[in-house]
Design a protein around this ligand. Structure first.
Ligand SMILES: Nc1ncnc2c1ncn2[C@@H]1O[C@H](COP(=O)(O)OP(=O)(O)OP(=O)(O)O)[C@@H](O)[C@H]1O
Ligand SMILES: [Mg+2]
Length: 283
C-alpha cells in the first residue's frame, strides 16, 4: 500500500552529517533532484519516494517474479534459485539472510544486472532488466545501482578520494563538480580527514565506508550490498550497518543487503530469508 514506505521516506531530508549529500549538493548546484547533468536520479523527482513509474507499483524499487537460476557443473546442475519472488519497497533497508549457499549472492547479482536468470522477471526502479540492451544495462549499473561488496573492491593505488571519484570519472563529470561531490561523500561517511589515504592505509571499516561513498557517487536509486560487514569485527560491522541505515534515510536510497549477521538484522526495515533457493520468510 502507499503508506508502506513512508516511515523511512519522511526522514529523507534529515542528513547523516547535518544534511544528506543529495540535499547539500543539490542546494549548492541549484538542481531539483535530477542533478545538474540530467542523469543521477534515474528520473526520480525531488520528492520521488512513491512516485508512479511505468512498471513497478508505487513503493516497489525492486520486483522479482519467479526467478530461476541454475549453474551447470561437472557433477550436474546446481539450482541456486528455484522460483524466487519478492519486493523491495522504495526507501527501505531490506536485509537478505540465509545460510551459506542459500542463493543470496546469486539473487543480488541478478537484481544488480551482473548475471541473467534462466527464467523469471526482475524490475528495478520501474525498468524490466530483460528489456535493457547491453548499453542500457551498463547505464543502469553505472547510474542507478550502487554496489558494495564484502571485500570492499577499492583500487589499491588510488586514494580514498580518487576511489570515490571513479564512478564520476566514468560518467565524465567535470573535475570541479567531481571534487565537490567526493568531498561531500567522504564527509557523509565520516572520512573527510582521510581523503588522501590509500586503501592499505585505512582500517577495514574505513575501507568499507569509502566503498559505500563510492557506491553513492552517482546517486543510485538502489544500493546492493553483499555481506558488507563479512570481513569486519562485530563492532565495526555494526558501525558500517548503521552507516547504511543512515544513508538510506538521508539519501533516499533503497538498500538490499545480504548478511549472515543476526545482530544487524534489527537495523533493517524488513528481513527476507532465503533457504535453499526459495524465500522462506518475508516481512
Ligand atoms: N558460478 C557458479 N558455478 C556453480 N555453482 C555456483 C556458482 N555460483 C554459485 N553456485 C552455487 O549456487 C548456490 C548458491 O550460491 P550463492 O553464492 O548464491 O550462495 P550465498 O547464499 O551467497 O552463500 P554465502 O553466504 O556463502 O555467500 C550454491 O550451491 C553455490 O555452490
Ligand atoms: Mg554470498
Amino acid at each position: 500500500m502507499s503508506g508502506e514506505h513512508n516511515a523511512s521516506g519522511q526522514d529523507r531530508s534529515r542528513g547523516v552529517a547535518g544534511g544528506g549529500v543529495h540535499d547539500a549538493y543539490d542546494a549548492r548546484h541549484g538542481a531539483a533532484g535530477g542533478g545538474a547533468d540530467g542523469v543521477g536520479d534515474g528520473g526520480r523527482p525531488a520528492g520521488g519516494v512513491g512516485t508512479a513509474v511505468a512498471e513497478a507499483p508505487p513503493g516497489a524499487m525492486v520486483v522479482v517474479e519467479d526467478l530461476h537460476r541454475s549453474y551447470g557443473t561437472a557433477a550436474g546442475a546446481v539450482h541456486a534459485l528455484r522460483g524466487v519472488s519478492c519486493r523491495v519497497p522504495r526507501g527501505e533497508l531490506v536485509a537478505l539472510r540465509g545460510r551459506s549457499g542459500s542463493g543470496k549472492t546469486t539473487l543480488l547479482n541478478l537484481v544488480g544486472g551482473l548475471d541473467t536468470p534462466d527464467s523469471g522477471r526482475i524490475t528495478v526502479d520501474g525498468t524490466a532488466l530483460a528489456d535493457l540492451g547491453e548499453s542500457g544495462m551498463l547505464a543502469m549499473r553505472r547510474e542507478r545501482i550502487g554496489f558494495v561488496f564484502q571485500s570492499f573492491g577499492l583500487i589499491p593505488i588510488l586514494s580514498a578520494a580518487e576511489n570515490v571519484g571513479v564512478p564520476l570519472r566514468l560518467r565524465k563529470v567535470a573535475p570541479r563538480e567531481r571534487e565537490e561531490r567526493v568531498q561531500l561523500l567522504l564527509s557523509l561517511v565520516g572520512l573527510a580527514d582521510h581523503a588522501e589515504q590509500r586503501p592499505g592505509e585505512l582500517s577495514g571499516g574505513q575501507q568499507q565506508r569509502v566503498a559505500i561513498a563510492r557506491a553513492l557517487a552517482n546517486r543510485p536509486a538502489l544500493l546492493i550490498a553483499d555481506e558488507p560487514t563479512g570481513q569486519l569485527d562485530a563492532e565495526t560491522g555494526l558501525e558500517v550497518m548503521e552507516l547504511l541505515r543512515a544513508v538510506v534515510r538521508s539519501e533516499g536510497v533503497t538498500a538490499l543487503v545480504a548478511t549472515h549477521d543476526a545482530n544487524l538484522l534489527g537495523l533493517a526495515d524488513r528481513v527476507m530469508e532465503l533457504s535453499d533457493g526459495v524465500i522462506t520468510e518475508e516481512g
